[in-house]
Design a protein around this ligand. Structure first.
Ligand code: ADP
Ligand code: MG
Ligand code: MG
Length: 208
């Protein structure tokens, strides 16, 4: 059965975020403080370094916890604690097991629960939750229907992209963008956009 390699996921996420950093920062310039691309680029580079320095025997769950801790410590913006908590919770959920379809479904559920607990955003508040929620649901539905993990991840990435697009007409109710009130309408949420990239990266981190 195929599974996700944590190190490959983080490497692919780092690569795609770095390649899209300018776009993420532009989105954040429109409704935030223009640092989302640099925040995540710096954070995921630090994650890659931390994982490279970790022992080879460190199991997948512990690798995710290390990645999450690194994001919390290296990223000052909201996205650091939020994605850091997400990855730590995911790691606790996975434990020593392989990150196969059912484990990934549970891990994403745990990640989303952590983000909601920390930031108390709901779907429709124009945040990363608007992308992560449908992605998590789509992945679970596909895994429980017995679809191959690659297809389940594609479904999750598509759902995340649709969720991110759905943030455009919304008024932000959480985070910096909420300070803009109605002026936040008409722009895609940067955190939802980067969530699409991070979920899509899962599909390039499959092994077995
Ligand atoms: P900051 O706003 O502190 O500069 P970033 O620019 O790195 O941090 O991240 C901004 C993103 O964080 C937003 O686009 C949004 O998706 C997400 N975000 C902000 N606050 C919350 C929250 N309370 N819950 C969930 N996501 C949030
Ligand atoms: Mg910002
Ligand atoms: Mg900031």
């Amino acid at each position: 059965m195929s599974s996700v390699s944590v190190d490959a996921w983080m490497q692919e996420a780092s690569t795609v975020i770095t390649a899209n950093a300018e776009r993420l920062t532009e989105l954040d310039s429109a409704i935030g403080d223009g640092d989302h691309g640099t925040n995540l680029t710096r954070g995921f580079r630090a994650v890659i370094e931390a994982l490279a320095a970790a022992e080879d025997e460190l199991p997948p769950g512990r690798r995710l916890i290390l990645a999450g801790k690194t994001l919390v410590s290296k990223v000052g913006g909201a996205s650091g604690p939020l994605w850091g908590t997400a990855l730590r919770r995911a790691g606790r959920s996975v434990g020593d097991a392989a990150l196969d379809g059912p484990a990934l479904a549970d891990a994403l559920d745990a990640a989303l629960a952590g983000v909601v607990e920390l930031g108390s955003a709901e779907v429709g508040d124009k945040t990363m939750v608007d992308a992560l929620t449908p992605a998590t649901q789509a992945l679970r539905t596909a895994v429980e229907a017995g679809e191959p993990l690659a297809d389940a991840i594609t479904a999750a990435a598509d759902a995340a992209a649709e969720g991110a697009r759905s943030t455009v007409p919304l008024q932000a109710r959480k985070g910096r963008a909420s300070y803009l009130g109605e002026r936040s309408i008409g722009h895609e949420d940067p955190g939802a956009a980067s969530t699409v990239l991070i979920i899509t990266a899962l599909g390039r981190a499959l092994e077995g």
